[in-house]
Design a binder for this molecule. Structure first.
Ligand code: GLC
Length: 419
């Protein structure tokens, strides 16, 4: 066990670029929003100062309107596409123009609760609080202007589950614009069978070009986009982060009514995502009003936010149990019984460490400690057997995607203490 923890710490150190951690050398050479949050938890197990530094660097990517960008291009690196020149956001430092799952308030609260150096933690958390609040205000304002309780994502990359089959139908509605010839870099680092397909990539870029042409102006994007989805994963993580933000507000004696309002609204919005017939949550295509038929690992994330009733949680656990009959390792990113399930391709089947960590905490919240333990054991077995990969084959356990991957290493460090 010691050896593997040592290896994990070495990976974080090797991926440290002096204040921020890259997800993986070559494949992802910049700072990513939700990756960095998980990295901070890992750093905190042996260097709390460095953990807080990670978050300070993240907020260098916050826009004046509160948005936190999904990639911050601190130093130019030609090994990644689409880089800063494609996004052309004019922020300093250069950033992408979209966001990613909002776990940062949750991570700040966890860092604070786990801190040995209480003074350091209090100082940093207090200083970050107004920035966290601005980010949440932006999410609830720019992405839910109608106050429906469901916050929209406008690009599959915002979900963090980039090429999930859940986005296929919505993505097909995105017109492919005239793109200058471009060369992907991801497929030079990782086998094509493990990465998104070319037609998806054209649409990802078409969305970026459309947003760039609108100067990333939130109202125009929300109104005119051809891709608008209420992602059950993103919304659940925001709901949980709102809870954590509320706890921080109370700790610091800050006003809390606005946050309580978001939480209330979120609980109501979520009723629209619950499919009582199947006993599962589904994302919603906001452009068409249609529920999305493909079930993915994101459907279990509402547990992390305390959203389901006890009875609904029981049904989710049963659903997950069926997946466990189909694959050796939980939690596959797509329902293994779905025709879209591809056990090797990125978000279309493989197991991801951070998703297991989030779902396991959700299960514990509802008293399913044994199943939470199983999710953790599966991850440890995968990492011990195959190394610190980006994702894993849910049947064979083969390590896939990037290697020496930061969030895999970070969560290996941050998880054992919780049991
Ligand atoms: C991929 C993943 C995304 C992650 C990024 C960096 O784009 O889909 O969730 O943040 O890689 O690891």
């Amino acid at each position: 066990m010691k050896a593997i923890r040592q290896q994990a710490a070495d990976i974080l150190r090797a991926n440290d670029r002096g204040g921020f951690t890259i997800p993986a050398a070559g494949l992802y050479p910049y700072q990513w929003l939700w990756d960095s949050c998980f990295c901070a938890l890992g750093w905190a197990t042996f260097d709390e100062k460095r953990a807080w530094e990670e978050l300070s660097w993240l907020f260098k990517g916050q826009w004046p309107d509160g948005m936190l960008a999904h990639i911050i291009f601190h130093h130019p690196d030609p090994s990644y596409f689409p880089g800063p020149e494609v996004w052309a956001t004019h922020h300093d430092p250069p950033t992408s123009g979209i966001t990613q799952p909002p776990v940062v308030a949750t991570i700040v609260r966890q860092l604070l609760e786990r801190a040995c150096d209480r003074t350091l933690a209090q100082d940093h958390a207090r200083q970050l609080y107004p920035k966290l609040l601005a980010f949440h205000r932006w999410l609830h304002g720019a992405r839910d202007p109608e106050h429906s309780g469901l916050v929209a994502v406008l690009h599959p990359w915002e979900t963090g589950m980039d090429n999930s089959p859940a986005w296929d139908t919505a993505l097909e509605q995105v017109p492919i614009v005239q793109l200058p010839p471009y060369q992907r870099k991801d497929t030079s680092h990782v086998a094509e069978t493990q990465r998104p397909r070319p037609k998806d990539y054209d649409r990802y870029l078409s969305l970026v070009v459309g947003y760039r042409e609108r100067g990333y102006e939130p109202e125009a994007l929300y109104r005119e986009t051809s891709f608008k989805v209420a992602d059950v994963g993103f919304c659940a993580l925001l709901q949980r982060a709102d809870e954590d933000l509320l706890a921080l507000a109370q700790m610091f004696g800050e006003p809390s009514a606005e946050i309580e309002g978001w939480l209330d609204r979120g609980r109501k919005g979520f009723r629209k995502l619950w499919d009582d017939h199947s006993g599962i949550y589904r994302s919603l295509n906001l452009s068409t009003g249609e529920p999305i038929p493909v079930i993915t690992s994101a459907s279990f994330l509402p547990l992390f936010a305390g959203l389901p009733s006890a009875e609904e949680a029981q049904r989710l656990v049963e659903y997950l149990g069926h997946w466990g009959d189909e694959v050796r390792y939980l939690v596959p990113s797509t329902d293994p019984a779905d025709p879209h399930f591809e056990p090797e391709r990125y978000w279309r089947g493989p197991v991801w460490v951070q998703v297991n960590w989030l779902i396991a905490q959700g299960l514990k919240r509802y008293g399913y400690a044994a199943l939470a333990g199983r999710l953790r054991e599966d991850i440890f077995e995968l990492v011990e057997g195959s190394g610190f990969h980006e994702y894993y084959h849910p049947v064979t356990g083969e390590g896939l995607g990037g290697r020496a991957f930061s969030w895999t290493a970070a969560l290996l460090l941050a998880w054992p203490g919780e049991g």
